[in-house]
Design a binder for this molecule. Structure first.
Ligand code: SF4
Length: 284
């Protein structure tokens, strides 16, 4: 059998990441101070590259008071309502690159919480997207990440609930948690807000890793969707490598005679994917 290298069709930048990336790239030429509220993508290479071109990351809104006016780009993860209002009232020009799929969750959470439902967000409570989503509920929200937390959560029979998901959450795990919720509460509105880009990428990774002798997942270690791709691939393919850039894998790959599958998280730039692909095709 000879080696075959397959790059997953939807590896790399998703629609939302691409939009945020282009917003910063286009703004650089405007000749005014450019800021991003938080790193524009979960990828240190990209953030560093933009920093070298003068883009500054704002980590705390209190910094606004001492910065020269310019343009602030809200990244695809979105922000809470309070942060959004603080930004739009700041006197800076705002470009809102919140992904429309995340915006949709903000609208659901705001509407359903106003209508009286308790909000449950399935996701990682430390992820900025989730923190932003929670901040659109008019009365707070509970974040649940795993089945232990779901078991511990006490449903009030007199209350109604609305469940949404972090866009990058694993679909199978979301389904498992929803089943646990539905066993314990009758009045529950479930909105599956996992975005297609993530689902398609995960399905492709699942199928590819089932056939692969070696799988390579490219992504930043801070990126939750990349970590999830790694978990999926690792469960099907023992020899799965999680790398950030080409140098992480040079000299480490075993001799492969079968299929090498490559996938990449939503914030992985194309050039890194191409470098890895070319290395695996030509040098392994
Ligand atoms: Fe938008 Fe989906 Fe990309 Fe998140 S993963 S930024 S929701 S396209």
């Amino acid at each position: 059998m000879s080696k075959e290298v397959v790059l997953s069709e939807n590896a790399g930048f998703c629609f939302g990441a691409n939009r945020g990336y282009n917003a910063v790239k286009d703004a650089i030429s405007e000749g005014i101070p450019i800021y991003t509220y938080g790193p524009i993508l979960n990828n240190s290479f990209i953030v560093k590259g933009f920093e070298e071109r003068g883009v500054r990351v704002i980590n705390d809104l209190s910094e606004l008071d001492s910065l020269p006016k310019g343009k602030i780009i809200i990244r695809s993860h979105g922000v809470s309502k309070a942060e959004y209002e603080r930004l739009t009232d700041s006197g800076f020009e705002i470009f809102d690159a919140t992904c429309p799929f995340v915006k949709r969750i903000h609208r659901i959470v705001e509407k359903e919480s106003m209508g009286g439902r308790e909000i449950i967000v399935v996701g990682n409570p430390r992820h900025p997207e989730v923190m932003g989503i929670v901040g659109w509920s008019v009365k707070g929200a509970t974040v649940i990440e795993n089945s232990e937390e779901a078991d511990r959560f006490s449903f009030d029979p007199d209350k109604s609930y609305c469940v949404v998901s972090q866009t990058t959450f694993n679909r199978n795990k979301f389904q498992e948690l929803v089943e646990l919720f539905e066993k314990r509460s009758y009045n529950i509105l479930v909105m599956n807000t996992i975005c297609d880009a993530t689902g398609v990428r995960q399905t492709e990774a699942e199928e590819l890793s089932k056939r692969a002798e070696v799988m390579i997942v490219i992504g930043d270690r801070q990126s939750s969707n990349s970590k999830k791709l790694y978990e999926i691939c690792k469960s099907n393919c023992e020899q799965t490598y999680f790398i950030q850039e080409l140098s992480d894998i040079v000299g480490r790959l075993p001799k492969v005679s079968g299929l090498v599958g490559i996938t990449a998280g939503a914030s992985t730039p194309k050039y890194i994917i191409e470098e890895v692909q070319s290395y695996v095709r030509n040098d392994v």
